[in-house]
Design a protein around this ligand. Structure first.
Ligand code: MN
Ligand code: ZN
Length: 494
């Protein structure tokens, strides 16, 4: 997938289709109709039919004839001008790209100009994200490619005028780095466990780090034992494959700037362990490392953007398997910081590996730590697959995430961490218990993690938003890549 920006017009742009964004309000719609039919007379019958009203995400395809270099013209509706946001632009660009793909186009050119007071760099970034992210498919294991299920648009060109070219080029580059990170996260999350297990995940991160320009260190089982990461080792006990602990570093900020530390849950497959899950839907658990995928994708994006910040990402990774050597309910694990937890349910494993990672984060004296995890089914019940659950101790970071959520439409909503919930995870035999039962399960999971933090901290539960039951405007079914756009935006605006 590639993006270029050029100076041109709807008549001169060269692609399989030229895409024109059209707003719905009467005055603007009439003006657009006038200018479009004067530029491209072949559009007259389309407008005369009244079929195209420019309501949001509506598309129409026509043929430009001799008036345009591109053989096809795709009109895409933006709805009312006053409701145009970057998200509206992403969705419209996605609708246009899907229409083009369905018509067999592999290249499209999109008119890129400021809209509703949104500057041209932001518009260019939103178009790039929407158009390219909508074309994502995880089909590398299909030996026979099904055309109708394949996004065919491989290359987009942003067409603008000379005064806007510089900003459009910059916005397109930002969009491209984001698409790269989101695509990486989706690929990792969608890869089956036979492809991505802890050691191959680590290898993949090393490759990506080399390509994008961040430093990677992989701690193997021996080092994990030396560090006394009892949570990670406990969860790994049932698995033939060893665990890994991955450290990524992007230290491009001022020397004295304390780093932001990201932590991603890296359970490459979650069977539930001895507290085994039901068979139906278990294959989704190949994506139980989406938190890891999100932070890896974010590191790729911020490194490619060359952001001048200090950011470190940590990924504790293992499978959660049942076997004769697996940890069992009633076991007591001792974490890196010496705290102990009684195992009530081996399917509440994510918090156990995160606990060690949160202890490890301490050594970096972080300005803040944000962890991402497909942590609880309870969060899916509370917020569905639309909104990420946000919990934590640091108001400033929560506000930064809220602002980034507004800009990216990767929504977050806070759940409370009142101490009254604590008694649900109290244990008769250890410091805490790893499961607080069904009530408020997302909250008690976060309260478990809170026992291991000693710095400003926010936890994002992406169990719902990370694994989508069906395709959205520009998100696929399955691993969505959630978190990359959110975090990269937050770090960019820090
Ligand atoms: Mn689990
Ligand atoms: Zn899990």
């Amino acid at each position: 997938m590639s993006v270029t920006s050029v100076v041109g017009t709807r008549r001169t742009a060269k692609a399989d289709a030229i895409v024109v964004f059209v707003v719905q309000d009467e005055k603007h719609f009439n003006a657009a109709q006038k200018s479009l039919t004067s530029d491209i007379p072949h559009l007259l019958p389309l407008f005369a039919s009244g079929d195209f009203t420019a309501k949001a995400n509506q598309t129409a395809l026509a043929y430009g004839g001799s008036a345009t270099v591109s053989p096809r013209v795709i009109l895409v509706g933006m709805g009312q001008t006053s409701s145009i946001t970057p998200e509206r632009i992403r969705r419209a660009a996605a609708a246009a790209a899907k229409r083009a793909g369905a018509a067999g186009c592999s290249t499209i050119a999109l008119e890129t100009m400021p809209m509703n007071g949104i500057d041209s760099a932001t518009v260019a970034q939103a178009i790039t994200e929407g158009a390219l992210l909508s074309q994502y498919r995880f089909d590398k294991y299909k030996t026979i490619k099904n055309e109708s299920s394949n996004g065919l648009v491989k290359k987009i060109t942003l067409v603008t005028d000379r005064p806007h070219l510089k900003a459009v080029t910059k916005g397109a580059a930002m969009g491209e780095h984001i698409v790269g990170g989101v695509t990486l996260a989706r690929d990792l999350a969608n890869a089956p466990n036979c492809e991505i297990y802890p050691e191959t995940l680590a290898k993949k991160v090393q490759e990506v780090g080399k390509k994008a320009g961040f430093k990677t260190t992989v701690l193997d089982k021996k080092k994990i034992e030396d560090l006394k990461m009892g949570g990670l080792l406990g969860v790994n006990a049932g698995s033939v494959r060893p665990p890994v602990f991955i450290v990524m570093e992007h230290m491009k900020g001022p020397k004295n700037e304390k780093p932001l530390v990201l932590v991603g849950k890296g359970i490459t497959f979650d069977t539930g362990g001895i507290s085994i899950k039901p068979a139906a839907g278990m294959s989704d658990m190949k994506s139980d490392m989406h938190g890891a995928a999100s932070v890896i994708g974010t590191m790729y994006t911020i490194a490619k953007m060359g952001l001048k910040r200090n950011v470190i990402a940590l990924v504790p990774s293992t499978e959660n398997m049942p076997s004769g050597t697996a940890y069992v309910p009633g076991d007591i694990l001792t974490f890196m910081n010496g705290k102990t937890a009684e195992i009530d349910n081996t399917d509440a494993e994510g918090r156990l590996i995160l606990a060690d990672a949160l202890c490890y984060a301490d050594r970096f004296k972080p300005s803040a730590v944000i962890d991402l995890a497909t942590l609880t089914g309870a969060c899916v019940i509370a917020l569905g697959t639309v909104t990420t659950g946000m919990m934590g101790t640091d108001e400033k970071t929560k506000n930064r995430l809220r602002a980034a959520a507004d800009r990216t439409s990767e929504y977050v909503c806070e759940l409370p961490l009142y101490e009254e919930y604590e008694e649900q995870i109290s244990s008769d035999y250890a410091d805490i218990k790893n499961s607080g039962g069904r009530n408020a399960g997302a909250i008690t999971a976060a309260l478990f993690l809170k026992h291991f933090v000693s710095y400003p901290w926010v936890h994002l539960d992406i169990a719902g938003t990370g694994i989508q039951p069906k395709a959205g405007h520009y998100t696929p079914k399955g691993g969505s890549g959630v978190g990359v756009r959110l975090l990269a935006d937050m770090i960019r605006h820090w």
